[in-house]
Design a protein around this ligand. Sequence first.
Ligand SMILES: Cc1ncc(C[n+]2csc(CCOP(=O)(O)OP(=O)(O)O)c2C)c(N)n1
Length: 577
Amino acid sequence: MPDSAIEPRTSIQISGSQLLIQLLERQGVTHISGIPGGANLPMYDALTSSSIKHVLARHEQGAGFIAQGMARASGEAQVCFASSGPGASNLITAVADAKLDSVPIIAITGQVPQAMIGTDAFQEIDTFGLMLPITKHNWMVRSAEELLEIIPKAFEIALSGRPGPVSIDIPKDVQNQLIEVETLPAPGKRQPNPKLDESLIEPMLCKIWAAKRPILMIGGGIIYAGATEALRQFAEQLDIPAVQTFMGLGILPADHPLSLGMLGMHGAPFTNLILEECDLVIGLGVRFDDRATGKVTAFCPKAKIIHVDIDHSEIDKIMSSVLSIRADVGELLEAANEMLESSTRPIWRKRVDQLKQNHPLILDGTDDLFRPYGAIKTIASLLDDTVNITTDVGQHQMWVAQAYPINRPRQWVSSGGLGTMGFGLPAAIGMALAQPERKVICFSGDGSLMMNIQELATAAEHNLDIKIIILNNQHLGLVRQQQTLFYDNNLSSVKFQSKVDFALTAQAMGLKGIDLGASDKPIAALESALLEHGPCVINIPISETEMVFPMVAPGGANRDMIHGDMVEGEIAEGDKA
Ligand SMILES: Cc1ncc(C[n+]2csc(CCOP(=O)(O)OP(=O)(O)O)c2C)c(N)n1
């Protein structure tokens, strides 16, 4: 249609809330998770005439993690709503979690009317101040007109460069303000990355060609950049083995010949030992988190570091590099792949294989459904790579990271940086909403699930295809493990004295719940629960004495990892708190 045929938009009066919803629709938002309350009622009023579906969470933290699950699965920015005061403060943990794991969410909160700000009004809290240190950017909206600029900008900021959360606090009078709107702004989009300095690629490749024992350290930045194919080509052409960070699981399929699995605190012995010997680490989209590096001064003692990251504040923050490139890792790898001469490193590859054989990851009890690795391996064997995986936080999270074959990017969603118990279930809900064609398996613990268990009702309400597997040790297992290893087995407040019947709890919330411990044919019961559509809680009792090994003591060097067969006296005194 020629421009002249476009009808000029007749200006109409709309409220700030109606404008907000229209702007969100133009951004392509399909779902918003949240909870209404006094200070955001106008937003909910406007939502009833929108195409956007609302997902009524049972707690605002759940709403935040539902938005995160959608964002982590889709790579798109996702929105959650909360009211002022306790609604906003309940969102905080999910926003902070998104900041540490670079997840683009947009937290929109209601606020008391501007005239009442600072009066300790009912449900008044300084949301702007609270959100400031845990977001990429945040706003307090002063007039409805400002929304025309702020909403597109919020999407642009959340998605551009290193993704992350933003927050928008909207006082109730701004939501109710009537304004004339003639034209709506263009939706906010991911901005192009800063131009890649191509002159740095050749020096980088020269350092890599000159290295005898190089290792790729690959992380979440590669997944967020959509660069897994480029990475695979780069690694294969140069014949360089790769360690994956916790956030990078899935970049290379678990059985790829160059994959060395996860490094760090609960990495395989060979993975950490290979890093002791390498002479060059090429860090791609990683932030050298302490759970990955262990004691920084002891990390990769013989290696020089090359670091590529989109966020310049990560460069040389933890590890000093001999060469750093601030770039989108996908753009860099594609440009580098054009310039590659393929090479092989038979001697280094042989040494890597030798370390792999001599220091394997020992997964005890894989043939027993009622042991951690047995449960995880059995579940993996009954499913395929189409399923999405979320976890909560604790031993179960690390067992899954070690043993479940994560074979594609964005298949694996777990709280890495903040380590938030209560993440797994609402994140699974978000993944199921974003990708309803995929089944979601949420591995949880009996401690973590309790932290957002109310969202079982949300999963039931939407009949989502989520299976919540509880590796139930009747304890806060990972804390118990630390007390056992580092506090002379002085167990303090880690046992749940009263036993929760999770299968019955699930049923009470409107979904299926089974307890494999009470089943005559547990594997058959598991299989049938996994395969049928719909939400289901599957309780698997395990012993509280199960441990996740290897383990590097907090603050310790990766080389000093503690193994399952070490006896009490072998744990260094320095590792004990
Ligand atoms: C919100 C929150 N509070 C406390 C912790 C500290 N913490 C880490 S792991 C853990 C125990 C987790 O227990 P459970 O979910 O049962 O998993 P398990 O370790 O037994 O597999 C605790 C309390 C945390 N990570 N998050």
